[in-house]
Ligand binder design. Sequence first.
Ligand SMILES: Nc1ncnc2c1ncn2[C@@H]1O[C@H](COP(=O)(O)OP(=O)(O)O)[C@@H](O)[C@H]1O
Ligand SMILES: [Mg+2]
Length: 295
Amino acid sequence: MKSYKELPDDAGSNIVGQVTAQAKRVNQRLSSVKHTIAVMSGKGGVGKSAVTSNVATALALQGFSVGVVDADINGPTIAKMMGVRKSKLEYTSAGVKPAITSLGIKVISMDLLLSEDDAPVLWNAHSQKDAFTWRSTMEVGALREFIGDTEWEELDYLLLDLPPGSERLANVVELIPSLSGVVVVTIPSDVSQLIVKKSVTMARDVLNVPIIGVVENMSYYVCHHCGESEPLFSNDDAVESAFQFTLLGKIPFDPKLSQCNDSGVPYIQQHPNNQASEAIVATVENIKKYFNALS
Ligand SMILES: Nc1ncnc2c1ncn2[C@@H]1O[C@H](COP(=O)(O)OP(=O)(O)O)[C@@H](O)[C@H]1O
Ligand SMILES: [Mg+2]
């Protein structure tokens, strides 16, 4: 398939003009955002969305202005985790007003555009063969609109919760050349790290995107009877040796965290003294340290 830049004649729909105008809007919108961070892993189910929503909460509790883009167009979970699923988006001449959480975090997600719980995102394609190309093109288009059309205004941090798959970052980098960096989420299992290493190589060596650091999620489990920590996976100390990047935090598994995520309640506000909350706050401190060291 030709890229939109190569189309000699777009049958009067001016695709090139539209995409260029949208790219300009993305730049304009992001000019008032200090730091844009992509949260990625390459693998699903390791806690990208949980880390994104809780890091956003921790930043907001410290008084920073924060926005979250749910870039997982096919499996959006951020609106639910952040308690804004019932919000209606408001459209104005200046763009779309994002949903706003109880802590003032601005959220945009495909989930806010789908009317029914079980409605899938359907990508129209001429044939099954075309579906993959269309899906990828449509995903980038949706993301461009999410970022370019949303009234973010002044933000200290804009977090992008990426879908699994390291190739997704390439789309984001094309869309946001000013991307500040990537936070990589993994769990201490060989299987996760095998795939996450590919994402790290993609980000650092292929796309030249700075890696802010790695978050090890579900590192251990704290028994609520005896208070002892137990590892959840066999490969306990693997993250530091495998990645040679700043380990931003080791977040334990806490059933309260998934309960809060499921009910859209800010976990670290409800359970500030739990070890997972402390690990999330430590992660945020390390992210801030990364940016302070740059300035
Ligand atoms: N540290 C944790 N403790 C408890 N539950 C967690 C933790 N991290 C993630 N979860 C839960 O695990 C599930 C998968 O996490 P999610 O953030 O949706 O993964 P991903 O976005 O990488 O696919 C969710 O139900 C989430 O609430
Ligand atoms: Mg997710």
